[in-house]
Design a binder for this molecule. Sequence first.
Ligand code: Q9C
Ligand code: ZN
Length: 676
Amino acid sequence: MGTALVYHEDMTATRLLWDDPECEIERPERLTAALDRLRKCGLEQRCLRLSAREASEEELGLVHSPEYVSLVRETQVLGKEELQALSGQFDAIYFHPSTFHCARLAVGAALQLVDAVLTGVVQNGFALVRPPGHHSQRAAANGFCVFNNVAIAAAHAKQKHGLQRILIVDWDVHHGQGIQYLFEDDPSVLYFSWHRYEHGRFWPFLRESDADAVGRGQGLGFTVNLPWNQVGMGNADYVAAFLHLLLPLAFEFDPELVLVSAGFDSAIGDPEGQMQATPECFAHLTQLLQVLAGGRVCAMLEGGYHLESLAESVCMTVQTLLGDPAPPLSGPMVPCQSALESIQSVRATQAPYWKSLQLQGHLAGCWATGPHLRLLCSGCDFELSLDVTPVPTSPSTHSPEGRPPPLLSGGPVCKTAASVLSSQLDQLCLHPAPPVCPAVALTAPDITLVLPPDVTQQEGAALNEETEAWARPHESLAQDEALTALGKLLYLLDGMLDGQVSSGMVATPPSAAAATLEVAIQRGLSHGAQRRILWLNIRGKEAAALSMFQVSTPLPVLTGGFLSCILGLVLPLAYGFQPDLVLVALGPAHGLQGPHAALLTSMLRGPAGGRVLALLEEDSTPQLAGILARVLHGEAPPSLGPYSVASPEDAQALMYLRGQLKPQWKMLQCRPHLEA
Ligand code: Q9C
Ligand code: ZN
């Protein structure tokens, strides 16, 4: 299933006919610049092109008053002076004789997109429209917006398709107060908006844009405002807002459809927003939303006034909708204090309405934290082990033979028992600094290995001397089958590291899994320049205990615990680490259900530019192999099903681990430093 691109050239007709510095930025070139760039990048050609239709007056009436629709209809025959006079009755609005036609096309485009997605013609899509819509209200134009494209699309999805849960994500830099007003008391529409606010000193200067506007009546908790109180918010701030605020709520809400008020005035270079997020960030935001609602994501253009930044950001969004991996994010992934204050304040304000925000464990106690720590928690059926080795300050050391030292052979496991912890955390081990190596390894129980399906079948993996050389130190790699699997893996790994292949999957005989993984890590680290590898080893408890340096925590089996582990721990670490490669090993007794494994794998494509290599064991089910292959290929993971909260034990273990790691890994933070 593909991606729709809905457009109509007529939407370039409306333009400002008089001098108005505030309105002149909303110009026809916004559409042509974006479309030109989509063509030049070959993206337009990959989409299903739909020509926009005009919305009917009945459709406009889904959210607008008949009087207001008539007023706009009548602007078609007004002269310039009259248009200017009427425009002056609204805030930041200009009318043009073509406005009614253009605005009906913009709404029609949004409706066509929703219809195409909800009837299964396409998986997702982008409506390239103007005028924008999110400021427009029941009986008022506002902020360049005439009809509320996204709000009408949501009302239509409810009325014509019977949807009961629609998520609207408004990543435009302005508050879409029009959408907020229209769905304030409606629990079937969850409206999330972040916006430049500066404590109320930025347009539209509304008290109700602040974090404490949470909806009313039945809709309490279904309006989520994240005000940015400083300009300059960047990639780390936006990703942190998604991981720590929007996504927990969104998974709990479990939408059937995601609508994006896709304004790109929140991107770098925009004169309105003054923010710093790069165009690639919108690829990541899109990818993070694609794990919801079975991937049914409809993005409608809102603002965006820096033509280059707008065009590139639109391309990033469309490319991601098409299933391509998001390019790696640039810059330090450290959210700023002001962003953390905002995020924390919204989490606190919304907590009464959302179980996913109530997962605060309550562990007292301080721990000796060092750059390296080892923690083992047991007491539940599964466990997630997480091995974090900091980024080296010097390139990885090599043994005399030119090989990196084995990652997993080292000093003895240091087990310093500490009964200080609560009953769930029964062992704490701090161990001496592990060998310097640019790898982060996460070990968790519960995943499966699969044979590569159509996606990444690698045939050119003939046994060669190099494979044998890598295998030689490992007894378990002596057998033919193990060698063959290793050959495939090395071939695939080289393809990924050279940029010819994005992602892949390899199945190994169970007895050779550990050694194969070790070789994969060493090979990855020794390939070319310094590499950063994120390694997730997901397996049963016994196996995890063999690993040398690791932090273990129970792998939550309830949906809420699993999600908080992924959103609150694994992804922040991964985004903060900015790996070149992610290795996901699903070992024996990994215990993950297919949808969980698929979600994890899918989301790990983000931090590594899509370079995810899944290692499965040969006795994994074909279903698991298939599902992982599809998500690696860019398909949406299946839904996790109804939300169930994390167990107190899981929440506590997770909170402890996060507390330990936070000083090193800033993306784990979701609240500002309370002390200096
Ligand atoms: N310098 C949209 O992005 N002017 N509308 C604000 C502050 C109005 C923005 C002036 C901006 C309207 C869809
Ligand atoms: Zn805007």
